[in-house]
Design a protein around this ligand. Structure first.
Ligand code: DLL
Length: 433
């Protein structure tokens, strides 16, 4: 379906349901016959492919988890002979074996179509010059974005990460209009543009940023800072890579490409489906992947879904801004805290920057939360009393947001390490046995 050209997915809900049901039935038959792991799981559940009549039967099917990918390392979940696989990506988690994904040529075409749709949503087209500053390599960000730009017919500048000044100089010389990188790297690029004093030479129109959680406040701040439009892109290597969903110019959630990915939101504990607009864990099923199709993959990402038609006219379902991952959630003195809540509190104040780090320590049996945040140099030349006043003000804003007393430590600009990929926001020094 070549629908990204006009940038409006105008299928009715009925048409979409029909398409998804037909694709789901095919996908289930395919994995039953070609992936031992799914055949065994379905047999254990007394399920046959014919029992799945449409998407209304989705919750009869087994879930897939990251542990299943690791247990079947490296190629155990491939549904085609290895000779059909033309590319492999892998992500190295913090523990255990990496998770490996394989793509057929058709999978790569689908992927580049999805990324092209995202770029169209961000107002970019054939005439644009787009820098890709996600890492190239086993990470899906660089190459995934790259082929999407080429599929759109725009010009790709494959920067990868590593040299921010060179990126900015090329941005000026090539009159670059689009940039794809993580939101935290975009903040750093903005900082360096300001330091170099070249903001008025930049022709950038849109940036497409994802691979890590970021808040709406941060998106707006960066738009103002660089005078651009910034868009949120979601994806994960297990299902494909970047380009599963992207927000449009209304920024009221990310449109998910439902013709390729069937979304569900579940309660992570009871595993029951949740209604529209209720936050839970996103579960995704690949509807037409050949290389490594996954059924009901538990992403651990927390969001909600809406099926209302968007102001832009697109009829695809929308995922609300990600709250974080269930495994990023900190439990501090029994209270659930997400880094994104702290970011929202920090960005509600004029004095702070989005450069922060959250440190959790355990003293005796008590957990302590410290938020290190960079503030303008001028606060350090002021009286110490002023600095303490500001720390209290920030601590109060955070407490209002998370309901917990927090220690705030103000630090000088540039003292928190910058990231060119996914930022490390949390340092948890507690030992869990
Ligand atoms: O991060 C793919 C990607 C590359 C997406 C470039 C967007 C842009 P993984 O390394 O497998 O793949 O990490 C996937 O990153 O499950 C989320 O937890 C998180 N994530 C990705 N996009 C967003 C986003 C790539 N827009 C994991 N907002 C996912 C919040 C995101 N979290």
């Amino acid at each position: 379906m070549e629908i990204w050209n006009e940038a409006k997915e105008c299928m009715s809900r009925d048409q979409m349901t029909q398409l998804q049901s037909a694709r789901l039935k095919k996908a289930v038959t395919n994995v039953y016959h070609n992936v031992k792991f799914y055949r065994q799981k379905m047999q254990e559940m007394g399920l046959e492919p014919g029992d799945i009549k449409g998407i209304e039967d989705i919750n009869k099917l087994p879930f897939t988890t990251k542990a299943d990918l690791r247990d079947n390392y490296p190629f155990g979940l491939f549904a085609v002979p290895k000779t059909e696989i033309v590319r492999i990506h892998a992500s190295s988690g913090t523990t255990g074996k990496p998770t490996v994904v394989g793509y057929t040529r058709k999978d790569l075409d689908t992927w580049s179509e999805c990324v092209a749709r995202c770029l169209t949503m961000a107002g970019l087209g054939k005439d644009d010059i787009i820098q890709v500053a996600y890492g190239y390599g086993l990470f899906t960000g660089g190459l995934g974005a790259h082929y999407g730009v080429e599929n759109l017919g725009a010009t790709v500048v494959p920067m990868s990460t590593g040299n921010t000044k060179k990126l900015i100089n090329m941005m000026i010389d090539f009159e670059v209009t689009g940039l794809m990188c993580t939101p935290s790297y975009l903040m750093h690029i903005a900082e360096v543009i300001e330091e170099m004093g070249v903001k008025d030479q930049i022709k950038l129109k849109s940036t497409i940023n994802g691979a890590e959680p970021w808040t709406e406040a941060m998106r707006i701040q960066i738009e103002d800072r660089l005078n651009i439009k910034a868009f949120d892109i979601y994806g994960l290597s297990e299902l494909m890579g970047p380009g599963v969903a992207n927000d449009c110019e209304y920024h009221k959630g990310m449109h998910i490409f439902e013709d390729y990915f069937l979304p569900e939101i579940i309660d992570p504990n009871s595993k029951e489906s949740l209604e529209d607009n209720v936050t839970g864990e996103l579960v995704l099923t690949n509807l037409n992947k050949e290389g490594m199709p996954l059924l009901r993959y538990r992403t651990r990402d927390l969001t909600s879904i809406s099926h209302d038609v968007c102001d832009c006219g697109r009829t695809t379902a929308r995922l609300s801004r990600f709250k974080g991952r269930s495994d990023d959630m900190l439990i501090i003195r029994g209270v659930n805290v997400f880094p994104s809540q702290i970011e929202t509190a920090l960005l509600s104040l004029d004095e702070t920057t989005p450069n922060y780090q959250i440190i959790v320590d355990r003293v005796g049996s008590l957990d302590n939360l410290t938020v290190k945040v960079e503030v303008d140099e001028k606060f350090f030349s002021d009286e110490i009393r002023e600095l303490e006043k500001l720390e209290k003000k920030i601590a109060y804003a955070i407490q209002q947001m998370i309901g917990l007393a927090t220690k705030v430590k103000l630090v000088e600009p540039r003292s928190i390490e910058r990231s060119e990929g996914k930022a490390k926001r949390v340092i948890d020094n507690r030992k869990f046995d």
